[in-house]
Design a protein. Structure first.
Length: 208
């Protein structure tokens, strides 16, 4: 089943991972939101097809998953070691309803470039989409080990605790995410993860 997200709601800068954040996006009725982590395209090199990667990213952000997959495949035909292209393809597949298939390509991206923290975030999101919450939490923690102020990994952990019914830890991590970026308040109000907390005094104070 295809899942559609309003990815543009909380993009940072030009939506590159180099901005320091990835994000759950405000969803449009689904229970899970995800922002694709996009490649570092600041430097054009022979080994990095910058324009094509940017186009694949735009397609992904427009929820054109088939287009993003096709563009990623086109890149991989010429650049078979492009971890960015594998990452985009994996996220597109996952958001299009094939989390298990997407995870295969996200793992490949990680294998090709284990030092790219963006790949840690994408691993977390694909595991999250697949419902493997403990694995997702572990990858969010890997992001935070490198980037302790990564808002959307903090928020990701909050949503995992919420989905697991751990109210105390969910609200603790949500408060931390809000302290890093107040836009989290609107995301938390609108996502299904926190529906059960509506009316809870602590939750309402955090998102006020």
């Amino acid at each position: 089943m295809k899942i559609t997200y309003a990815l543009g709601a909380i993009l940072v800068g030009s939506a590159l991972w180099l901005s320091g954040c990835g994000a759950d996006a405000v969803d449009t009725g689904a229970s899970e939101g995800a922002k694709p982590v996009t490649p570092n395209t600041t430097v054009a090199t022979e080994a990095k097809p910058v324009a094509a990667l940017e186009e694949a990213t735009r397609l992904l952000q427009k929820n054109d998953y088939e287009g993003a997959i096709a563009k990623a495949d086109e890149i991989l035909t010429k650049y078979p070691d492009s971890d960015e292209a594998y990452s985009i393809k994996g996220m597109a597949l996952g958001l299009d309803g094939d989390a298990a298939g997407g995870l295969v390509f996200t793992k490949k991206a990680y294998e090709l470039n284990p030092n790219n923290v963006g790949n840690y975030y994408n691993m977390a999101m694909l595991y999250k989409l697949q419902g493997q919450l403990n694995e997702a939490k572990g990858w969010f923690e890997k992001v935070l080990a490198k980037d302790p102020h990564n808002t959307w990994s903090v928020y990701g952990i909050a949503t995992i605790y919420a989905d697991q019914g751990n109210e105390a830890d969910a609200l603790t991590w949500l408060r931390q995410a809000v302290s890093l970026d107040p836009v989290v308040k609107e995301v938390a109000r609108t996502q299904d993860h926190f529906v059960r907390f509506h009316g809870n005094e602590t939750f309402e104070a955090i998102v006020k």
